[in-house]
Design a protein around this ligand. Structure first.
Ligand SMILES: [Zn+2]
Length: 73
C-alpha cells in the first residue's frame, strides 16, 4: 500500500479559458466561464450541423433518377 497524497477529482482545465477548474463551478474555473459556456449554447454556437450536402452552391444537387422508367413492352 502506498501512502501517497490522496487526490481529489483530477482537475480538468476550464473548457473556456483553460484555467484549472474549481469545485464550485466544475468543470469551469469560475461562474463567468460557466456563463460564457451557457451563452454559447443559447446562441447556437454548439449546434451540430445536420446532414448537409458538401457541395450545393449550384442550388441543384444530384437529381434522383426517378423519371427514368422506360416502358418497353
Ligand atoms: Zn475559465
Amino acid at each position: 500500500m502506498s501512502a501517497e497524497v490522496i487526490r481529489l477529482k483530477p482537475t480538468r482545465p476550464c473548457p473556456i479559458c483553460g484555467k484549472p477548474s474549481t469545485q464550485a463551478h466544475y468543470p469551469f474555473c469560475s461562474g463567468r466561464c460557466q456563463d460564457v459556456d451557457l451563452n454559447r449554447w443559447l446562441s447556437g454556437a454548439y449546434v451540430i450541423p445536420a446532414k448537409d450536402e458538401p457541395e450545393a452552391e449550384d442550388g441543384e444537387s444530384e437529381v434522383p433518377s426517378a423519371s427514368e422508367e422506360d416502358d418497353e413492352t
